[in-house]
Design a protein around this ligand. Structure first.
Ligand SMILES: Nc1ncnc2c1ncn2[C@@H]1O[C@H](COP(=O)(O)OP(=O)(O)OP(=O)(O)O)[C@@H](O)[C@H]1O
Ligand SMILES: O=C(O)C1=C[C@@H](O)[C@@H](O)[C@H](O)C1
Ligand SMILES: [Mg+2]
Length: 180
């Protein structure tokens, strides 16, 4: 088993990485580093503004730099953005520096959860269902490639999911020696 480093949540938009991440942080007594939020704070601009100003490529460059920064030390809890796994260097660093939990979610659930959302530029179009299906086809293998644990939250409220995930981590991630 790889040595304990950082605990990282990956998965599609609306999987609950940020929401579950906050609930998990409270349970584990850790601070949640939300990658999207960290990029926004460093740039002084929202994800949507960065996409508009710099294109997706500009956002991905910022996301990559911030992910490397967050995973440079040990013991951090990080919620990534849905596209962080696209970059091969990111996947390498996730595997090397993180105990990675993949939160899968189906497209119908994503559509329902993100119905009123205007903060995710990739969904700022009418054919959201098709977009989410195309993203899933491309990205599901990448989430699987980096995952140490697949944790299905279907039917669970975020708080209950956090409680169950904390139990699973107690027998897996934390027993490897991570400080939580
Ligand atoms: N387990 C859950 N049950 C019900 N609703 C949830 C659950 N997890 C998240 N949600 C809701 O889904 C929406 C999106 O969740 P969240 O922002 O945590 O997704 P995310 O995985 O961080 O997405 P992104 O990749 O875009 O950052 C929020 O409104 C949140 O309240
Ligand atoms: O799935 C994605 O590519 C994205 C997810 C969000 O977390 C943000 O990082 C941004 O909206 C792009
Ligand atoms: Mg998020």
């Amino acid at each position: 088993m790889k040595p304990a480093a950082n605990l990282v949540l990956v998965g599609p938009m609306g999987a609950g990485k940020t929401t579950l991440g906050h609930a998990l942080a409270e349970r584990l007594g850790l601070h949640l580093h939300d990658l999207d939020r960290a990029v926004e704070l460093a740039a002084g601009a929202s994800v949507a503004d960065l996409f508009a100003r710099e294109g997706e490529a500009g956002f991905r460059t910022r996301e990559k730099a911030k992910l490397a920064e967050l995973l440079a030390g040990d013991g951090a809890l990080v919620a990534t953005g849905g596209g962080a796994v696209l970059d091969a260097d990111n996947r390498r660093i996730l595997r090397a520096r993180g105990f990675v939990v993949y939160l899968p979610v189906d497209v119908a659930t994503q559509l329902a959860r993100l119905a009123g959302d205007h903060t995710r530029p990739l969904l700022a179009r009418p054919d959201r269902e098709q977009v989410l299906q195309d993203l899933a086809a491309l990205r599901t293998p990448l989430y699987r490639e980096v995952a140490d644990l697949v944790f299905d939250t279907t039917g669970l409220a975020a708080e209950d999911a956090a409680a169950q995930l904390a139990d699973r981590l107690a027998t897996q991630w934390m027993r490897q020696g991570a400080t939580a």
